[in-house]
Every structure is written in structure tokens, then in C-alpha cells.
Design a protein around this ligand. Structure first.
Ligand code: XIL
Length: 653
């Protein structure tokens, strides 16, 4: 089962972020993942396609759903899972009520750690991404020389030198995918780079660290090489120095005068203990409150009334040695509300004038960020439809069998209602963002698990959801179907079953099949078309195709995008652009980025079946590709050229 191994590793890689051993709440891990991954979705999606028997022949028969088992395979949501009111001291929302989950916070159980067995299996195989048009027989993939897994004792320094090579003899570039907490990735100025990581007790266990080598001739042609680093307990604990604690996040935010600010602060100590937290000389009206579920975490609340810079000095005190303290600063740049105003009409209004809906993905728990107030007011005014960026993923909603965490999604629904926004449910069935327990289900049980999950989510949210991304990313990058635990269990019919189940639960919603890298011609788009034809032949209730459109500033295949959309439209399906963002590559300018946003909007407007256009976030601060500044407001909510390009092009100008 090759996909199992790979999926587990991918999930563990996500945890390689600084969040790994620090037990962060979802909001901070979510953001760190975004910050640290800095990669397109396709980087994680490397499965070779699977040939489907009968691919070109008989499409098979229409599925009929059996009743679900009673009692169910896993316990359905119960009163125990119902969220409770969330005190406003913990968040930035002022005009409607929020909720929170109860019970012990679920963290490490969700994703099994990498184990000694993973370590013992040796250096993981490199994952190679081959873009369309590259023939690996002519242009060999870049690789690293002489790497192996590494073992140290806590307290020791990890020092791994990365020597990139290319079969054609040129020097590949490289970048790390996230760094272990406290590590640096240093340029040795001889074509090599080094991971340097001073380990402590907080790092015990096996950690994955991935570096991506970039082909000198084609920057999309990449090899991701993971090294596993095992950190053992120190044989002499006294030899590990006790270092000063610190906090997460250490950050600077731009906020709006008059908005409440709430910042989740977690004391961290690389020695593996939990420090206490104090505010030194707090400004008036600033105070700390412990988190109800995790009392060692604190929420800093303040309402900055006037423009200016506010610095919070946060003192952390070591648990073993109270004289050992850390001092960190959280800085707020407070701007007058007028500074955030954008000229012209709002995007949703302009889009409506052209007959389409405009919207965005919304970050998980934005209301527990310092800048939640301004985030919400911009999102609330600009968007007519929203997708929960992560709050509806299986790992978020149902992290353990029979256990449900609905609060984050409930709050986004409240946000959508308060702002009269439509909601896209996303995603019901995907091969990623699955909790470990789902990854470990027996093949013969998976169909029921999938249907139970769809049923539980749709039962709770159907009244508020207009569009459902029922199936996410089913096609392999090279064509064929993506190898996944769903395909393994049910074959292609997993899609038939999921769509039939969704239709049964919500006869009026628009049901979507969502996919990335289908905005240009190639084997992946061809495979999508033949999949759609088979689904249609079996009367599977697909209403629309979602074009994710995570593109880069070198995108120029507008003609191919138009003809791909036309091919979907010819099949009687609607088109939704679901996850548009434009990563800046090759030092391209913001103006080039703006032109690509414009071109994509124009292509959508020229196609009468293109009905919804949503970006994947709107501010570069909260983007899963933040390092490539792919959005149309910058980190401080200032408009970029792309914003104006959206206004003009959505209005047909
Ligand atoms: C991404 C989120 O943006 C990240 O914050 C999260 O860590 C991983 O998932 N295609 C999809 C989205 O359908 O759900 C993905 O969202 C991005 C790629």
C-alpha cells in the first residue's frame, strides 16, 4: 500500500513545523503550516496515477446506496460534542456570539509521531515533481549527495550539509520546507547549505526535515528529500543547559484603532517544561486571561483606541529555575480605520453586476488573531461566498472516532450568516487532512466511514451550505486516478458513492468535484474529462467542476484555461473557480501578478458557465503560500495592484 506510507509521512511533514512539540492550538499551527510550507498544493501531491480497469470501455452501473449500519461504525455526534459559549475576552468578534469546544484538547493523538521504525526504514525516497513538458530521460531530476538519517542525543547539535547535484552538471537551487524549532538553514557560499539545529529535551523523538532541490533548467521540476532526525533522551540530563523560556507567537500585527485585540500566547521552553507568563508594565486596559481548556496558555486582550505603536513586553519564567526568565515583545501597529478603506466598490458587488459570485477562503479561527477585527470587516464587506480554509477538514471536525469538534466551523457559519455570505462546504472526501484513525481504518470499512462522515457533516451544516466540494483532488498529476485510501477501498466508485450520499442528504445544493492543475492542457485535464464522462454515464450527480487555480506569476495558458472551461461547460456542468491565488515566482512584480488575476477573471467572465470565483484567502499574512505573496492585500491589509485588477476585471473593464 504505497500511498499509506506516503500519506503518513506527508502529515508528519506538516508537523515538522515549529509547532511539533510545542502543543500549539489549531490557530497557530494552521498559520505556521501556511508560513512554513510556502509551496503549492501540487508539491504534496505526487502519487502516480492508477489505471482503472475499463477506463476506456464500459463505465459501469449507477450505485444504489445501502442503508448505513445501525449501530454506526463510529459513534455519531452527541450532546457531549456540542460547543459551549465562548467568552468574548478570548476573541475579536463583537456583533454575534461565538462558541468553543469542550473537553481535553486533542493534539498529539491526531497524528501519530514518526517512529523508530520509520527511522530504521532508512532515508525516505525523494519525491520528484515533474512538470508537463519535462522528460526525465533527457533532463534528469536534481538530487542531494551523501545524505542519511541522523541520530543525536538531546543537547547535541545536528549539522547536516546539503550538497545538491544535477545530472546535467549545473548547480540546483534549494529551499527547506519548514525548519525544526530553533534550527537554521545556512548558506555555506560554496553551493551547499547546512541545517544546524541545537536540540533540547523538547525535541525528543523522530522529526522529518525536507529540503527541495530545484532543477536549474526548470524551476517547477523539483526533488523533495526528507531526512529523519532521531533525538534520543540525554544520557546525562545535567549536561543539557537550562535555557530561558520564550513565547509563541513573537509577532508584529497591523490592527485597526478601536477594534478589540486578542492574542493567544503560549509559553515555550526548549527544555520541555512549561513556563509561567506575565505582562511587564502593561498598557491600560491590557490583561492576560488563561485559556479555559489549557490554563497554561494565556490570552492577551487589549483595545487600542488611538493610532500608534504598542509594545507588549511578555516575561516568561522558567519552571525549574524562577530566576531564569525570557523577555519577548509583541508589537501592534495601530492604524486609523480610514487607513484600511479601499476605494471603489466592493468585489462581491462588482462581481454581482457581471453575474458571478465573488468570495474567498476564510482562515480558521481568524477571530483569535490580533488582527481579527480588521480581517473580519474586510472579508465581511468584500465576499459573497466563503470556503472554510481548514475548519471543515476531517482532521478538524472528527479528530478521534466518535469525537467531534464543531466550534471552529460553527463560528465560521455564524460569521457567514452575519455577513449574508454563502458557504462552500470543503472538502467532504479528500486524501489529505485526515486524522490518523481514518488512515488506519480497515479497507473493508472505509466506505461506511466515508458515508458516516459525509452524513454527519452535511446533517449539521446543509442548511447553511450552498456548494459542497464533495470530492477533492481525485485525479493524478500524470493522468489516471490519484492513488488514495478511498480509491484503494472502493475503486473509482468512491466518487459515485460520495456524490450519491451527498445528493441524498441535500437535494438542492450544488455538488462539486474540485481539482488543481486543470487550468492548462495536459494529461491531468484529459484524465479529468474522461472521469467526468464516466461519472455522467453512471448518472453520478456532479453539478460543477471546481478549478482550484493555485497558479504562479509565470502562468500564461489563458487560452488553455478557456478551452478547458469550455470542455466542462459542454458537458453541462458549471464551473467554479474555487481557490485562486497567484504565487510570485522569479522576482516577478506585483503588476505581473495583477495581470494574471485579471486574465483569469476575464476568462471566467467570458464563459457563461463560470458562476463563482473565489480566492484562497485575501491577505498575504494568512496564506498557505505566504512566502510567495500570492494574494491581493499585503500582510498589513494594504491593497496591491491585483486588488484594483480584480475590481476592474470583475466589472468588465
Ligand atoms: C490548505 C490550507 O490552505 C492549509 O492551511 C492547510 O494546511 C492545508 O490545506 N487544495 C485544497 C485546500 O483543496 O484544502 C488546501 O488548503 C490547499 C490545496
Amino acid at each position: 500500500m504505497p500511498h499509506r506510507k506516503r500519506t503518513r509521512l506527508t502529515m508528519s511533514l506538516l508537523r515538522t513545523s515549529a509547532a511539533r512539540s510545542l502543543r500549539l492550538p489549531a490557530l497557530i499551527t494552521g498559520i505556521l503550516f501556511g508560513v512554513l510550507s510556502g509551496c503549492s498544493s501540487s508539491d504534496d501531491n505526487d502519487d502516480p496515477g492508477v489505471d482503472i480497469p475499463g477506463d476506456s470501455g464500459d463505465p459501469g452501473t449507477t450505485v444504489v446506496l445501502e442503508p448505513l449500519p445501525n449501530p454506526p461504525l463510529t459513534e455519531a455526534p452527541s450532546a457531549d460534542d456540542e460547543p459551549v459559549p465562548f467568552d468574548s475576552v478570548f476573541h475579536t468578534v463583537t456583533d454575534y456570539a461565538l462558541v468553543r469546544d469542550t473537553g481535553p484538547r486533542i493534539e498529539d493523538d491526531i497524528v501519530a509521531d514518526l517512529t523508530e521504525a520509520d527511522y530504521a526504514a532508512g532515508l525516505p525516497e525523494a519525491v520528484i515533481t515533474v512538470p508537463a513538458g519535462v522528460d526525465p530521460a533527457i533532463n534528469g531530476a536534481p538530487y542531494f549527495e551523501g545524505l542519511s538519517n541522523v541520530r543525536v542525543e538531546a543537547g547535541q547539535l545536528v549539522d547536516i550539509r546539503y550538497v545538491p547535484r544535477d545530472p546535467e552538471g549545473e548547480l540546483p537551487g534549494m529551499f527547506p520546507q519548514g525548519l525544526p524549532d530553533g534550527a537554521t538553514f545556512d548558506d555555506n557560499f560554496d553551493g551547499t547549505k547546512s541545517l544546524r539545529w541545537q536540540t533540547y529535551q523538547a525535541d525528543l523523538g523522530v522529526t522529518a526535515f525536507t529540503v527541495v532541490a530545484v532543477d536549474p533548467a526548470n524551476s517547477e521540476y523539483r526533488s523533495s528529500q526528507t531526512v529523519l532526525i532521531a533525538v534520543d533522551p540525554p544520557s546525562d540530563p545535567a549536561s543539557v543547559p537550562n535555557i530561558a523560556p520564550s513565547i509563541l507567537p513573537i509577532a508584529r500585527y497591523t490592527v485597526r484603532a478601536g477594534d478589540p485585540v486578542s492574542i493567544f500566547i503560549i509559553g515555550t521552553d526548549r527544555n520541555g517544561t512549561v513556563p509561567s507568563i506575565e505582562l511587564l508594565d502593561p498598557p491600560a486596559n491590557a490583561f492576560l486571561t488563561p485559556d479555559e481548556r489549557t490554563p497554561e496558555w494565556q490570552i492577551l486582550q487589549a483595545v487600542p483606541e488611538t493610532a500608534g505603536t504598542i509594545t507588549f513586553d511578555v516575561l516568561t519564567r522558567d519552571a525549574d529555575d524562577p530566576a531564569l526568565t525570557g523577555l519577548d515583545q509583541i508589537i501592534l501597529d495601530v492604524l486609523e480605520p480610514a487607513e484600511f478603506e479601499r476605494s471603489g466598490d466592493r468585489l462581491k458587488t462588482i462581481a454581482a453586476g457581471s453575474g458571478i459570485e465573488f468570495g474567498s477562503a476564510i482562515s480558521p479561527v481568524f477571530y483569535m488573531q490580533a488582527d481579527g477585527g480588521v480581517y473580519e470587516s474586510i472579508a465581511g464587506s468584500e465576499f459573497g461566498v466563503m470556503t472554510p480554509e481548514s475548519s471543515m477538514k476531517w482532521i478538524a471536525i472528527n479528530p478521534l472516532p466518535g469525537r467531534f469538534e464543531f466550534a471552529d466551523m460553527d463560528n465560521l457559519v455564524s460569521f457567514a450568516r452575519a455577513n449574508a455570505m454563502k458557504v462552500r462546504g470543503h472538502p467532504l472526501v479528500w486524501h489529505r487532512s485526515l486524522p490518523d484513525w481514518v488512515e488506519e481504518t480497515a479497507v473493508e470499512d472505509r466506505e461506511v466511514h466515508m458515508r458516516e462522515y459525509i452524513t454527519r457533516v452535511m446533517t449539521r451544516y446543509s442548511d447553511d451550505v450552498d456548494y459542497w466540494d464533495v470530492i477533492n483532488e481525485p485525479v493524478a498529476d500524470e493522468g489516471g486516478l490519484r492513488d488514495s485510501l478511498w480509491l484503494e477501498a472502493m475503486g473509482e466508485q468512491y466518487m459515485d458513492i460520495a456524490f450519491a450520499q451527498a445528493r441524498e442528504l441535500d437535494p438542492t445544493a450544488i455538488l462539486v468535484l474540485n481539482e488543481y492543475d486543470i487550468g492548462f492542457a495536459g494529461p491531468k485535464f484529459d484524465a479529468l474529462l474522461s472521469l467526468l464522462d464516466r461519472l455522467r454515464a453512471r448518472e453520478v450527480p456532479v453539478d460543477a467542476v471546481g478549478f482550484q487555480l493555485h497558479v504562479s506569476s509565470n502562468f500564461d495558458q489563458f487560452d488553455e484555461l478557456a478551452s478547458n472551461m469550455a470542455a466542462i461547460a459542454e458537458r453541462g456542468l458549471d464551473i467554479h473557480v474555487t481557490e485562486l491565488d497567484v504565487a510570485i515566482v522569479d522576482d516577478d512584480s506585483d503588476q505581473i501578478q495583477a495581470d494574471i488575476y485579471r486574465g483569469i477573471v476575464e476568462t471566467c467572465l467570458a464563459q457563461s458557465r463560470c458562476k463563482v470565483l473565489q480566492s484562497w484567502g485575501f491577505t498575504d499574512r494568512y496564506s498557505f503560500r505566504t512566502g510567495q505573496t500570492p494574494l491581493y492585500l499585503d500582510r498589513d491589509y494594504a491593497v496591491k495592484p491585483a486588488y484594483q485588477a480584480l475590481q476592474e476585471s470583475l466589472g468588465g473593464n
